[in-house]
Design a protein around this ligand. Structure first.
Ligand code: LMR
Length: 443
């Protein structure tokens, strides 16, 4: 690491310490309480595990440290990558003499939400043709999940229960419980095969009470990297239709799993074709590399029916009130970039190339890791490294092994054994494989 990188990291860490921890010397004089919010009412919360991991990685001064924590794409030099197409779109927007920084409408930039809707529901979606879809620009995928959760909490006839996959993206639990939605889980990952526990998943979904909400990851499941096949999606939809369950589809990785936008939204298209009422959360953080720009969308689709257009209008009117009271209107710049690309055929084609670059490099790293582990004859089976898909691999390492990976080898990964494949590259994959080999043999 250069000394410039090091001092930037140190400055960043100091800033996080100041922002994250209140300076207790300023908390008032002895004997009087500085707050009405006692420790009983407002106990000290733990640091967010993922952002805590990111900060720990930054503090580490070891030159071979490896960051496999947060799900953000890195190039072969372990650096963030600004997509070629994003650079182009950004320049066009910046140079536009008509650019201003006015508020967007409450539902966001119309040309963005319409293009985002077409992209995720499919351009020929019956929901679009029949005017049964309403779309809102949100604060990335997290904001979309929050808006959907809030709507369900407020407008469901009885208190809703959401079923989350076990495991799921950790933030799902917080988002739903913060708005008072009950949480249950369905089995998803089979620890033995390190693949989908389809029977367990289906039988729990089958036993969910009618009207329950089932949260599904349409592609590139986070954290496991394990997706149902097309046939399995069809069976899931069939069971959910029979039980009248509500699909809550959270799609943060379209184009990142297979590299093909239209393959990665198969599950969404299938559920719509089956005539469900559902909602879809869409993030442009990963597939555009617009992490900090918070560009995303929330789509509500009502089932086919004579009152479809009126129903969706009514639902959209309430979503608009929720949006206005929470964020007033969404941030503009990231959505402008995505919109520029989505609405221009030439830029769109360039984006598809960029997507293939990212998904292709990840696939290469899966192969490279598997081959290093094979060479080392690391105990266990490692086929899942290449059969899992998308940004993440669920390695199967235990929490104790993950701890050793960090303490002994300076490899940063989440406690559940997840790695962000994008953090591997041709310079560190062998080092990482050796570290895995060591902790597997010596724990
Ligand atoms: C992740 O799971 O690493 C990403 O989705 C980042 C996040 O916000 O958790």
């Amino acid at each position: 690491m250069s000394s410039k990188d090091e001092s930037t990291n140190q400055a960043q860490t100091r800033l996080e310490q100041v922002q994250g921890h209140t300076n207790s010397s300023n908390m008032g004089s002895v004997g009087t309480s500085a707050t009405h919010f006692s420790e009983d009412a407002c106990p000290q919360a733990a640091e967010d595990p993922l952002f805590g991991l990111m900060a720990a990685y930054r503090r580490d001064t070891f030159d071979k440290k490896v960051d496999l924590g947060i799900g953000a794409y890195r190039d072969n030099n372990a650096k963030p990558w600004v997509l070629t197409v994003v650079k182009k779109a950004d320049a066009l927007i910046r140079d536009d003499p008509n650019l201003n920084h006015e508020y967007l409408p409450i539902a966001g930039l119309p040309e963005f939400t319409l293009a985002a809707q077409k992209l995720i529901l499919g351009p020929d979606s019956p929901a679009i043709k029949e005017g049964r879809a309403a779309s809102f620009q949100t604060v990335s995928g997290t904001g979309a999940v929050h808006l959907g959760a809030l709507f369900l909490a407020k407008f469901s006839k009885s208190q809703p229960t959401v079923y989350l996959s076990s495991p799921t993206w950790a933030n799902h639990n917080q988002i739903f419980s913060n708005v008072g939605v009950n949480i249950k889980s369905y089995p998803y990952f089979d620890k033995k095969t390190k693949m989908l526990d389809f029977d367990g998943m289906l039988s729990t979904i089958k036993s969910a009470p009618t009207g329950s909400v089932i949260l599904l990851h349409p592609c590139a499941h986070n954290p496991t990297g394990v997706d149902p096949t097309k046939e399995q999606w069809q069976q899931i939809a069939k069971v959910m239709k029979e039980k009248d369950l509500f699909p809550f589809l959270d799609c943060a990785y379209q184009g990142f799993a297979t590299g093909s936008l239209s393959q990665d939204n198969y599950a969404i298209r299938h559920f719509i074709e089956q005539g469900f009422e559902l909602c879809v959360c869409q993030s442009f953080a990963k597939n555009f590399g617009l992490y900090g720009q918070r560009a995303g969308a929330f789509h509500w689709v009502v089932a086919p029916g004579s009152d479809g257009a009126d129903a969706v209008k009514r639902i959209a009117s309430q979503l608009a009130i929720l949006q206005r009271s929470e964020i007033s209107n969404p941030p503009a710049y990231g959505a402008r970039i995505a919109s520029k690309v989505l609405n221009d055929p030439e830029l769109f084609a360039q984006w598809e190339d960029d997507l293939r670059t990212m998904s292709g490099r990840i696939i290469e790293m899966r192969k490279a890791l598997k081959s290093e582990l094979d060479k080392l004859e690391t105990p266990g089976t490692w086929d899942h490294v290449t059969s899992q898909i998308g940004m993440f691999s669920f390695t199967g390492l235990s929490e104790a092994q993950v701890k050793q990976m960090q303490e002994k080898h300076h490899v940063y990964m989440t406690k559940n054994g997840r790695i962000s494949m994008a953090g591997l590259n041709t310079n560190n994959v062998q080092y990482f494989a050796k570290a895995v080999d060591d902790v597997v043999r010596n724990s």
